[in-house]
Design a protein around this ligand. Structure first.
Ligand code: PHE
Length: 452
């Protein structure tokens, strides 16, 4: 397929919003605020921003270069630029993206169900009742599957619609709504009595927590949050135009993603502190702690609490949906180009296969016994293998590939759009990708495996 007939994004805004849509996801809301609160507030935010700037953005630019240079799906992109051996890294990224899709879709489905539940006023009662609601719902044999089907259907409609008419249009519509909802909830949360303590907890620099672990968590979080090493960034970049400034786009996306993460903190902590609840992370934060927090925080104005809860789950569903779209696009582009089938067929195939994984992940949480590997539920096992094993390996190899294997004139050409841009930061970029990024990624990986 030559580049003439290949799909592409239609505008710079579309490029930034679609890629930011992939980046802004559950990771921004359920992990970042908690990690910030636990790891020293403003100090963690500063380290996190350092990681995004020095490591996340260079890695994103590297994936952009691979995708845009080869104008192909991720597997073929690595193969085209580096031969069969490097092609394996591309296959690995596609596989990681695919495996995570089913698991991510299950949680995305939960978000949708919670929009519904908050609309019907089902998330009420004391904290035990809310915890019980989540437990009963998430382990129910078929209810989560209905919501899984619903979110997959939405994703199908967007991805099958094509790059410009589906993904770009959806991102341009959904991302502004997401920002607006976020802003409204931040304001509502910060206006609560006693909210100042939450803002202080989040933003007060506390150097006492500084440790190696803090750096490594910030690093891991920045990679996950920017959707790196799963083929998403590389696949989207294959639809970028030749005059897209890759460095500038990566910086814009990094800024949007970090801002959303910080605002998510400003949405959660002030409300939680105003009612004296200490926030958790992960599923229990958004599905157990927060419904309870909203209910208590706005008890004097139940109508506001009702609307805030609906908006919050609406926001989560949007954030999850735009990330899911990018995940499905990775394998869709792969099937479309490698199996030579139409885009809609490819989307259908990917969605069906990923839904099947989703069904097993969902059932492994309690619906059916015995769905476990290495003593973990399938759900946790997928999370572990994709996020903690494949992601760092693919990220590391991508840096080595771009930094050491691809001829640097090709890299420079992409970085400067064939010499049209000045490329002032090219030397810095190359230095980071050659030395700093691989070493740091290796450190996170070894730390995760408890080797160091
Ligand atoms: N970046 C997304 C988040 O913050 C997660 C994600 C990772 C999405 C990789 C797509 C690919 O939740």
């Amino acid at each position: 397929m030559n580049s003439q007939e290949r799909a592409s994004f239609g505008s710079k805004l579309g490029i930034v919003l679609a890629t930011a849509g992939s980046a802004v996801g559950l990771g921004n809301v359920w992990r970042f605020p908690y990690m910030t609160g636990e790891n020293g507030g403003a100090v963690f935010i500063a380290i996190y921003i350092g990681c995004v700037l020095l490591l996340g953005i260079p890695c994103m630019v590297s994936e952009f270069i691979i995708g845009r240079h080869s104008q192909s799906n991720t597997a073929r992109a690595y193969r085209k630029m580096g031969g069969t051996g490097w092609g394996l890294v591309g296959y690995m990224s596609v596989l990681t993206g695919f495996l995570i899709t089913g698991y991510y879709a299950v949680v995305s489905g939960w978000c949708l169900q919670y929009v519904w539940a908050s609309m019907c006023g089902e998330l009420s009662g004391d904290s035990a009742a809310i915890a019980d609601y989540f437990q009963t719902f998430s382990t129910h044999p078929w209810r989560p599957l209905l919501w899984l089907a619903a979110i997959m259907l939405l994703t199908f409609v967007v991805v099958a619609g094509g790059v410009r008419r589906g993904i770009e249009r959806a991102s341009k519509l959904l991302m502004p709504i997401l920002f607006l909802l976020l802003l409204i909830i931040v304001v509502a949360s910060c206006l609560l009595p006693g909210a100042g303590a939450g803002v202080e907890f989040l933003l007060k620099p506390d150097f006492g927590h500084l440790s190696r672990g803090v750096f490594l968590s910030a690093l891991g979080q920045s990679f996950y949050s920017l959707s790196l090493a799963m083929g998403c960034v590389c696949t989207y970049a294959s639809y970028f135009s030749r005059d897209t400034d890759l460095g500038k786009s990566a910086i814009q996306i990094g800024i949007i993603d970090s801002l959303v993460a910080i605002m998510a903190g400003l949405m959660i902590f002030p409300a939680a502190f105003s009612v004296g609840v200490n926030p958790d992370s992960g599923p229990s934060l958004i599905f157990i702690t927060l419904p309870n927090v909203f209910q208590q925080a706005f008890h004097a104005m139940p109508a506001v609490g009702y609307v805030v809860a609906i908006m919050f789950y609406g926001l989560l569903s949007l954030a999850a949906l735009t990330s899911l779209i990018s995940l499905v696009e990775v394998s869709t582009a792969f099937c479309h180009e490698e199996l030579h089938i139409t885009r809609s067929r490819a989307t259908l195939l990917v969605i069906s296969a990923a839904s099947l994984i989703g069904v097993f992940c969902s059932l492994s949480l309690g619906g059916v016994d015995g769905l476990s590997i290495w003593g973990k539920s399938l759900f946790d096992a997928f999370d572990f293998v994709t996020g903690q094993v494949f992601l760092p390996i693919a990220g590391f190899l991508t840096c080595i590939f771009i930094g050491w294997s691809v001829p640097s004139n090709i890299v420079r050409d992409e970085f400067t759009n064939g010499g049209k841009l000045r490329g002032t930061y090219f030397a810095t970029y190359l230095f980071l990708v050659r030395y700093v990024c691989p070493i740091c990624i290796l450190l996170i990986f070894l730390n995760q495996l408890n080797v160091i």
